[in-house]
Design a protein around this ligand. Structure first.
Ligand code: PEP
Ligand code: MN
Length: 396
């Protein structure tokens, strides 16, 4: 019979050396080191547009990971159950576009095997903290995991759940305190910050805090987030949404993207006070120069991506409008032919050039726009000429 593990052999246990673990979740993003892990995103992935809006906003502030549930553990079987694989594809697109690690919950081995190819981090939700078969399966994967504390789990039970994952060989476990059940219904759950402090003395694993599920009310999220960082949490996971009241799940606790950015801003001095650093900021004194410059480069690369995304959207609009404009020019060409007017009308062209230049507020840009419009009008004339020749050859 197999010998039971003794306490001395526990993999999650903090050793005498007090050495804390750092879990790498993607290139340049870790949890458990000096830099905090700040995760934002909606409770559920609802559409590609929603996720792009969220990612774009979060990326600007250097928030280093995005969440979104596609398999949702809902209390009622009749409530929205998540977008499933369609939602996963959206997360894949977000991760690629914004170079931002994505986090999503899995509720079964099957979900894990599908999501492992897209997600940078798999989340085990509170309701599955003691789903031991699922934990064993996750233990065999080479993927970081956020393990949320069970609805009414003790800290020992919480650490034993982590142990199930680590026993299988997967040491990339991040614990997440998200509130526990109590008798008081004033808040959705009770955020156990004392438990966070206790955990830091029990385990070397990184510990993040989810204030959203803990309190269930958007007006409480900011204060709890700040308290969590002040008491030594390695990061936060906060639910935010472009239109919080319209969230398909957990709307009451969802905060706006603007509010999310304000919270991040307010965390800077708190992080500094406890010797930590917010992602996307350059720390004043630290020995990890290379990590700092790497995260700065990452932030700049993300900014480049996000600007290019905006440029692509503008180009698509410009192309559609140009097509419309050239089609109108062809109609004008037909009328000119019938009225026996010449194709080129220099006065009219000058008037157009002046008009478009007037729409630009920067003189240097106005000059360039004038040049671009000269080409557009040349294209119009060529189309009008081609159209006229076409007609002539048909008549002949
Ligand atoms: C969630 O993160 O969306 C979630 C369902 O959390 P929890 O498992 O903590 O309830
Ligand atoms: Mn939620």
């Amino acid at each position: 019979m197999a010998q039971a593990q003794t306490n001395e052999q526990m993999k999650a246990q903090l050793t005498e050396a007090n050495q804390r673990s750092e879990v790498q979740i993607s290139e340049g993003v870790t949890c458990g080191g000096k830099t905090l892990l700040i995760v934002g995103g909606p409770c559920s992935v609802e559409s590609s547009e929603q996720m792009h809006t969220v990612a774009k906003a979060l990326n600007k502030k250097g928030i280093n990971a995005i969440r979104g549930g596609v398999y949702k553990p809902r209390t009622s079987p009749y409530a929205f159950q998540g977008m499933g694989e369609e939602g996963l594809a959206i997360l894949g697109e977000i991760s690629k576009t914004y170079k931002m690690p994505v986090i999503t919950e899995v509720m079964s081995e099957k979900h894990a095997d599908i999501a492992v190819h897209t997600a940078d981090v798999l989340q085990i939700g509170s309701r599955n903290m003691q789903n031991f078969e699922l934990l064993k399966h996750i233990g065999k994967l080479d993927k970081p995991v956020i393990l949320k504390r069970g609805l009414s789990a003790t800290l020992d039970e919480f650490l034993m759940a982590a142990e199930y994952i680590m026993a299988g060989g997967n040491n990339k476990v991040i614990l997440c305190e998200r509130g526990i059940r109590s008798y008081d219904t004033a808040t959705r759950n009770v955020l156990d910050l004392g438990g966070v402090v206790a955990l830091r003395q029990m385990t070397h694993l990184p510990i993040i805090v989810d204030p959203s599920h803990a309190c269930g009310k958007r007006e409480m999220v900011a204060d709890l987030a700040r308290a969590a960082i002040a008491c030594g949490a390695d990061g936060l996971m906060i639910e935010c949404h472009p239109q919080p009241e319209k969230s398909v799940s957990d709307a009451r606790q969802a905060i706006s993207l603007e509010h999310m950015l304000e919270i991040v801003e307010s965390l800077v001095p708190i992080a500094e006070a406890v010797g930590r650093k917010m992602p996307g900021t350059v720390g004043s004194t630290n020995k990890r120069e290379s990590v700092v410059s790497l995260s700065l480069r990452d932030a700049m690369a993300s900014e480049l991506h996000s600007i290019r995304h905006e440029v692509d959207r503008l180009d698509a609009t410009i192309a559609t409008l140009l097509e419309k404009r050239l089609l109108l020019a062809m109609e004008v060409g037909e009328l000119k032919a019938e009225l026996k007017l010449p194709i080129r009308d220099v006065k009219r062209e000058e008037a157009v050039l002046d008009m478009v230049a007037k729409h630009c507020s920067i003189p240097q840009i106005a000059k360039k726009v004038r040049e671009i419009y000269k080409s557009i009008m040349e294209a119009s004339r060529i189309l009008q000429k081609e159209e006229a020749q076409d007609k002539e050859s048909k008549v002949a």
